[in-house]
Write a protein that binds this ligand. Structure first.
Ligand SMILES: NC(=O)c1ccc[n+]([C@@H]2O[C@H](COP(=O)([O-])OP(=O)(O)OC[C@H]3O[C@@H](n4cnc5c(N)ncnc54)[C@H](O)[C@@H]3O)[C@@H](O)[C@H]2O)c1
Length: 309
């Protein structure tokens, strides 16, 4: 029974009531973005919070959101950079300074995009270096809105042959790297009331894989991390999600012996390896302004190789 609350005297007309509830439960969005030392092209007010709404970026609007992609010159990372730039983001591709030749090729690839993507060297396993990088980007571009953690390595061997170095090296990049970057961007995202974080895991974090106790452990850890951070930041306008690629046609998978690769393809219902574009599409989707009601989710992009409910 609802007693007096349902009486005709206290009844509010539906139109009025709807207006009062114009944002979902949680803190109301503040009206103005504090801005910052921001490039002239992006001097307009960006939406805050996780209220429903349209993505502000269209082909007509300036490059408003700033995105960092770690592993940004890698097989999947570089495609994510291109597609985020295509979606109107200002992109910073972060990767190891030691990959000189690849950095040069990447610079040639992005040249036609006229500054929409730039390269910044950083080792994501180095906590202090990640802090310096984020500080530098926040100082030069005003903010970091989107973080995609795609840096990753493999150190495959069965557990009986795995030495502590193979374990720790992988953890430092694949898991510590995610912590190191998120730890430094979350503060700014909270201040601006907006953030989109996507961490790349792997189907092998969901299924386990022979010869990959280190990789499977780190990648499973990545999603646990995403879920926990999603809870911590949900009321701040920040979403944190995981994308779990299946086997993709990239240098990482090219390193798998041909015979094993053929066996893997035979087990993929879609009948082919994934492409970097398949993965990048999912990342662009999750990083849109209007993807505000998806957080703590894992989006598998694996051609049906592993299905779960
Ligand atoms: N390729 C696949 O089939 C596949 C499948 C599942 C998951 N993944 C995951 O997707 C992500 C991208 O994979 P990819 O296929 O593009 O691999 P890739 O090897 O082509 O790219 C990884 C990038 O990370 C960079 N990197 C490595 N250590 C780094 C460090 N310490 N600091 C900064 N950058 C560093 C590398 O230089 C490289 O450019 C990885 O996290 C990987 O584990 C890939």
């Amino acid at each position: 029974m609802c007693g007096n609350r349902c009486s005709a005297a206290s009844w509010t007309p539906p139109r009025k009531r709807r207006r009062r509830a114009s944002h979902p439960p949680g803190p109301a969005p503040r009206s103005r973005d504090p801005g910052g030392p921001y490039p002239a092209a992006a001097q307009h007010v960006l939406p805050r919070g996780n209220t429903p709404g349209k993505d502000v970026v269209t082909s007509a609007t300036p490059r408003s959101r700033v995105a960092i992609v770690t592993g940004g010159i890698g097989g999947i990372g570089s495609e994510i950079c291109m597609r985020l730039a295509g979606a109107g983001r200002q992109v910073i591709a972060v990767d190891l300074a030691t990959r000189g030749e690849r950095i040069e090729t990447f610079r040639e690839q992005i040249a036609p995009l006229q500054g929409a993507i730039r390269f910044e060297p950083c080792d994501v396993s180095d906590f202090k270096a990640c802090g310096g990088l984020v500080e530098h980007i926040e100082r030069s571009l005003g903010r970091v809105d989107i973080l995609v953690n795609a840096a990753g390595i493999t150190r495959d061997t069965s557990l009986r042959k795995m030495d502590p170095q193979q374990w720790h090296e992988l953890m430092r990049v694949n898991l510590d790297g995610v912590f190191n970057m998120c730890r430094h961007v979350v503060e700014g995202m909270t201040t601006h009331g907006f953030g989109r974080i996507v961490n790349l895991s792997s189907v092998n974090g969901q299924t386990g894989q022979f010869g990959q106790t280190n990789y499977s452990a780190a990648k499973a850890g990545v999603h646990g991390f995403s879920m926990a951070l999603a809870r911590e930041t949900a009321r701040k306008g920040i979403t944190v999600n995981t994308v779990s690629p299946g086997y993709c046609d990239t240098p990482m998978v090219a390193a798998v012996p041909q015979e094993i690769r053929q066996r893997i393809i035979a087990d993929i219902p879609v009948g082919r390896l994934g492409t970097p574009a398949d993965i990048a599409r999912a990342v662009v989707f999750l990083t849109a302004d209007d993807a505000s009601y998806i957080t703590g989710a894992n989006l598998p992009v694996n051609g049906g190789y592993f299905m779960s409910f």
